[in-house]
Design a binder for this molecule. Structure first.
Ligand code: PRP
Length: 211
C-alpha cells in the first residue's frame, strides 16, 4: 500500500484553481470544495490529504516536512525563499511583479535616493540591488497604491494582474520585476522517502496543466 501524501494548498483563489487541476486529473475533491471551517481534508480516491493555509505558511509546513507538497505563488517563494524543490509551474494564478509610479513622474530622472513602498521588501531590495541602485524601502501591508498617491513613496513594487487597480489610482507600470504563477513545491526529504508516490502525483498534475 502506498503512503498517504500531505499537500498544503494556499487558501482562496489558488485553492480553487488547485482543485480544478486535481479534478481534471481524476481526484475526487468534494471534501475540499465543501470545507466548512475544517482545515485538513482526506481525498477519498487518492492517497492525499490536503491542508488549507495562508501562502507563507504553505512554505513553512513544506520546509519543516509537515507537508510533503505545497502549492504556492512564485511571489511568496521569491519573498520568503526557503529550502525545498520547486518542481512544476502550474500555469495558473498568473500575474507579475511590477514597478509602478504616478502617471507623469520621471522615476529615473533624478539622483536623489528614491523611496519604494511594497508588501514585498525582499523582492524590491533584490530588484534594485541588481541595478546597483540604492533605494529606501518602506514595508506596507496592503493597498500599496496609496503610498505614491499620498506622498509616502516615489514608486511601488506590487502585484499587477489586470492593471485595473493601478489605473484607477493614477499609477502606471514602468517595468516588470518578475512574472508570477502558482508553483508545486516538494519537501527535500519527502522527495527521497516517497519518491514513487511523489513522482506519480507530479506526473498526474503535469498532464493536466492548462495554458
Ligand atoms: C493585489 C495587488 C493589487 C491588485 C492588482 O491586491 O496588491 O492591489 O491585487 O490587481 P489588478 O492588477 O487586477 O487590479 P489584493 O487584492 O491582493 O489586496 P491588497 O491590496 O490588500 O494586497
Amino acid at each position: 500500500m502506498s503512503n498517504r501524501l500531505r499537500i498544503a494548498l494556499t487558501k482562496g483563489r489558488l485553492q480553487d484553481k488547485s482543485v480544478e487541476l486535481f479534478e481534471r486529473a481524476g481526484l475526487d475533491c468534494s471534501p475540499i470544495k465543501d470545507p466548512g471551517r475544517r482545515l485538513v481534508h482526506s481525498l477519498p480516491n487518492y492517497p492525499l490529504d490536503a491542508v488549507l493555509s495562508k501562502a507563507p505558511d504553505v512554505i513553512t509546513y513544506v520546509e519543516h516536512g509537515i507537508c510533503d507538497l505545497g502549492i504556492v505563488g512564485k511571489d511568496t517563494i521569491m519573498e520568503q525563499g526557503g529550502s525545498f524543490f520547486e518542481v512544476l509551474d502550474l500555469q495558473f494564478g498568473k500575474c507579475r511583479f511590477a514597478l509602478a509610479v504616478k502617471d507623469g513622474s520621471n522615476f529615473y530622472g533624478t539622483y536623489k535616493t528614491r523611496t519604494i513602498a511594497s508588501k514585498y521588501p525582499g523582492v524590491t531590495k533584490a530588484f534594485f540591488a541588481a541595478k546597483g541602485m540604492d533605494v529606501d524601502i518602506i514595508k506596507i501591508e496592503g493597498s500599496v497604491e496609496l503610498a505614491p498617491i499620498l506622498g509616502l513613496a516615489d514608486a511601488i513594487v506590487d502585484i499587477v494582474e489586470t492593471g485595473a487597480t493601478l489605473k484607477a489610482n493614477g499609477l502606471i507600470p514602468i517595468e516588470t520585476v518578475a512574472p508570477i504563477s502558482a508553483r508545486l513545491i516538494v519537501n527535500t526529504a519527502s522527495m527521497k522517502l516517497y519518491k514513487n508516490e511523489i513522482l506519480d502525483f507530479i506526473s498526474k498534475c503535469e498532464q493536466f496543466i492548462e495554458g
